[in-house]
Design a binder for this molecule. Sequence first.
Ligand code: GLU
Length: 489
Amino acid sequence: MIMNYNNIITRFAPSPTGELHIGGARTALFEYLAARSTGGKFYLRIEDTDRARYVEGSDKRLVEALEWLGLVPDNIDDIVTQSKRLDLYRKYALKLVDEGKAYICTCTKDELKVKGEELKLSGKLPGYDGTCREKNIKIEDVVNRPGTLLSGEKRPQLASDGDYVIRLKMPATGEVVVDDLVRGDVKFDLSLFDDQVLLKSDGYPTYHLASVVDDHEMGINYVLRSEEWLSSTPKHIILYEALGWDQPKFGHFSMILAPDKSKLSKRHGATSVEEFKSLGYLPEAIINFIALLGWNPKDEREFFSLDDLVGEFKLKNLNKAPAIFNIEKLNSINAHYITEEILNPKSEILNQFQNFKLPNIQKAELNLIGRGGYKTLKEAAEYILKLRQTPEYVAGILVFKKSDQATTLQALRLVQSKLPTIEQWNNETIQQSLSVIVENNNLTNGDVFWPVRVALSGEEKSPSPVELALALGKDETLKRLNLAIEKLQ
Ligand code: GLU
């Protein structure tokens, strides 16, 4: 195939059956990048034709999650929703019936079940046996008001007492080759496909019909989606041929697997974008992380903004092998972006802590987080909330390993009397006061800085005493020093 990646017009077509899964987000991202990097279009289509699986409100939440990630579709004000286009699909299904390329099937569910059993018993592949294929049943025979089913209407009354569906006449033999942009040529033996349902008995189209009709109507020239849909593509190709339409190009993204190579699921932790958001992952981090699940820049770079990705992304750099979801990697990328945000004076990250029960975080507290390498905003917020509580610890940890109790007590007392004299409570003044105590009293840094740090944090490992003192403020710092002295005496 000649690779001519210009003006890729593609779509993200989620089914509103739940939250936006990390895999769905990755699909949307790759589609977005394919479109944006080639001056094309990225559309959103809600595929809600499976009414049994519809989850109320999930379509709205899908859109919100996409917007939060920054993957705003070009048709955000006019999203294509399949349940609103039922007459369109019916029109094409009936056209195919008229042309003898599809047919009406009145086999009931019970009959299909029996046929399925028979096929299985005779060692054949399960599927529809084509009973109605040559019966030439007319729409008038099954619907008493021909062609009047409009979107939103209830199922038509049937002339017969059985339901009907419309099936595509699949070729009985032969081969279809999907020329896949990621996977190369993939061959399918057509004898393995039965006559596919296009229009269901509830008046809704199947995924196959709706997908092909909409991709055609929306001018989609690249159908990009995840690998799980690859086996549907031969059916779609037959349908394009039956409808006399040009096929788009196809590309199927590799699966995302858990570290144990199993399908990524709830038992591996958070999987939806909403969950990641509520745990305090930043959208920039999620985008960066999912971009690397199947795409790579062919060098060692790790960090990419959405704009960087638009500049760098190439469909031909996608991996065929499955991508492995590594939460440690996501955590380190998130920690990087949290730090970056904190160092950015224009950042609005302060406000984001409101979502983590920390409405009034101070700049000095934020600086502590910036140093701490916290994996998530939630973890960072929990740390600050804990820091605000009077620490509990055993007195022994106040003494530095190369110091002793008496020296530690002496150092803490010196600090206790020195700090109240500081007028401007800032980095330099605190740092200087502590250093002066070290120098003037023939003490070591460990004698002084260590116990002050433990006194303020209650922990052996923590940020520097100066940063802690700044975050806690003068009064609280003195209170904690007193407490430490009491403990040691
Ligand atoms: N509705 C399908 C899904 O939920 C879309 C498949 C496609 O992109 O064609 O993933």
